[in-house]
Design a protein around this ligand. Structure first.
Ligand code: AHR
Length: 499
């Protein structure tokens, strides 16, 4: 089967905001405790953070990490997490029905973030708390000094402000499971007043207001409209969350789910722009897709979990090869929408629905989904070129035209690199792929990488990282055009040096 991608140097979707490759660490399961933090581990640093985990986070090249939740944030009392560790209280975490020891808090996390070279996307609790606590946390974190809260930060050992730039106004407030769940009216008013007050404390911050926790919520659409009608002037981004799964074991349908993500994004963009028109505003609200991933493998195991444990193995999905293919399609979809999606967080980063896994007192290992994320985060920099794609398609329930080829190209002017990311969704046929372009002069192929040929249900494990990419040499360049073959069910990255 033949397929083609065509781009032109001067036709761009957008500059890529590097926060598109963000991730997420929640106080949940073994993400923090026995994930990034394990003071007794042989690789632990002076703060108790595992150096082997830090190394893998750096490999992923994650520029932003959302923290400390998630559902957890809706019961979070940030003051419990600062000051001398021996005085910090143990509390119940009602979101996940576990025990929170508070041994990792704002200071420790900020320090860890610096070490792995990432920014913190801090969230405030708008479930059980409100404007006052959000203002105080921001003053504690970002105010220079000379006030009660900023001086308390200094007393706790951090002289300079943390300077957190991006803040979330609560989490999934539309969800009945959320502690302090609200109607769109209730949340919209609270979010607007909290945003207003926070920007009085620090007008350099950017704020993310909660959209729906999925496009399947009964309030989806109206929620976005009402919340934005209240908050439009005060916020910068609207959030989207989405998790996919293949419980019916229907591969064609599963790999089409990135079309659902695309539709979700476009619908939310329309609602933002509708409110813009209604308000006669010239401000544009962009999107923060601050939770996205595959999440379904661990559901049964989690349902049987005993409550009130410290760091139980919750949400520990073990990902297979088909999950890596879908993650590749989802990453391409985010890039295709990078004119409006400026922030995105793969949920999550370590142990909890994560690309990086740890054994308590043992090894780290990479899940299958580690690789497509690492490829796009490291090489998908610069600008996204507008794609013109020719590909046969198939149909599944919900989508009439699912192209066999999912693809995008990025161009990084800094290092003269053109990069093609491509998934072949066909289960049987190789795609004879042609890349046509205008405006570039090819110099050489830097590297061609593929994840291909694995059983779709194949997984990795500690000491057995079987599902991983390999270098291939199939591409040829002639007449400034590149041709290669994309194996059935494959994830492909082709990096080209241009003059
Ligand atoms: O990422 C896991 C959970 O999924 C988050 O805590 C919550 O926001 C979402 O429902």
């Amino acid at each position: 089967m033949k397929a083609k991608l065509r781009v032109q140097r001067h036709q761009k979707i957008s500059e890529i905001d590097e926060r598109l490759y963000g991730s997420f660490i929640e106080h949940l399961g073994r993400a923090v405790y026995n994930g990034i933090y394990e003071p007794t581990h042989e690789t632990a640093d002076a703060e108790g953070f595992r150096n082997d985990v830090k190394q893998l986070v750096k490999e992923l090249n994650v520029p932003l990490v959302r923290y400390p939740g998630g559902n957890f944030v809706s019961g979070y009392k940030w003051e419990d997490s600062v000051g001398p560790k021996e005085n910090r209280p143990r509390k119940v975490d009602l979101a996940w029905r576990t025990i929170e020891t508070n041994q990792v808090g704002v200071h420790e996390f900020a320090k860890w973030a610096k070490e792995v070279d990432t920014e913190v996307n801090m969230a405030v609790n708008l479930g059980t708390r409100g404007i006052q606590e959000a203002m105080e946390l921001l003053e504690y974190c970002n105010f220079e000094g000379g006030t009660y809260w900023s001086d308390l930060r200094k007393e706790h050992g951090t002289e300079k402000p943390f300077g957190f730039k991006t803040w979330c106004l609560g989490n999934e407030m539309d969800g009945p499971w959320q502690i302090g769940h609200k109607t769109a009216e209730e949340y919209g008013r609270l979010a607007a007043e909290t945003a207003k007050a926070m920007k009085l404390v620090d007008d350099s911050i950017e704020l993310v207001v909660c959209g729906s926790s999925s496009s399947k919520m009964p309030t989806f659409g109206d929620w976005e409209r009402v919340v934005l009608e209240h908050t439009y002037e005060y916020v910068d981004y609207l959030s989207l969350h989405c998790y996919y799964g293949n419980p019916e074991n229907d591969l064609g349908n599963y790999l089409a789910q990135s079309l659902d993500m695309d539709q979700f994004i476009k619908t939310v963009v329309s609602i933002c722009d509708y409110v813009k028109v209604k308000k006669g505003s010239d401000k544009q609200i962009n999107l923060s897709f601050d939770e996205w991933n595959v999440w379904y493998h661990s559901n049964e195991q989690d349902a049987a979990m005993e409550p009130w444990q410290i760091a139980p193995p919750l949400l520990e999905d073990i990902y297979n090869f088909e999950d890596a293919l879908l993650i590749g399609c989802l990453l391409i979809t985010l890039l295709k929408n990078s004119d409006r999606v400026k922030i995105a967080c793969l949920a999550q980063l370590v142990n909890v629905i994560a690309p990086i896994m740890t054994e308590n007192d043992g090894e780290t290992w990479k899940q299958t989904i580690f690789y497509p994320f690492m490829h796009v985060s490291n090489h998908g920099r610069g600008v996204v070129l507008t794609p013109s794609v020719e590909s046969d398609s198939y149909s599944v329930e919900g989508f009439k035209h699912v192209p066999y080829l999912e693809t995008i190209a990025t161009y990084n002017e800094e290092n003269n690199e053109l990069v093609i990311f491509a998934v072949n969704r066909s289960q049987e046929e190789t795609l004879e792929f042609v890349f046509e372009q205008e405006g570039f002069e090819f110099e050489s192929i830097i590297e061609e990488t593929a994840m291909e040929g694995f059983d779709v249900k194949a997984t990795n494990a500690a000491g057995a990282e079987v599902v991983k990419p390999s270098i291939v040499q199939k591409a040829t360049i002639a007449d400034n055009q590149l041709t290669t073959s994309l194996s059935p069910l494959s994830w492909n990255v082709i990096r080209i040096k241009v003059k």
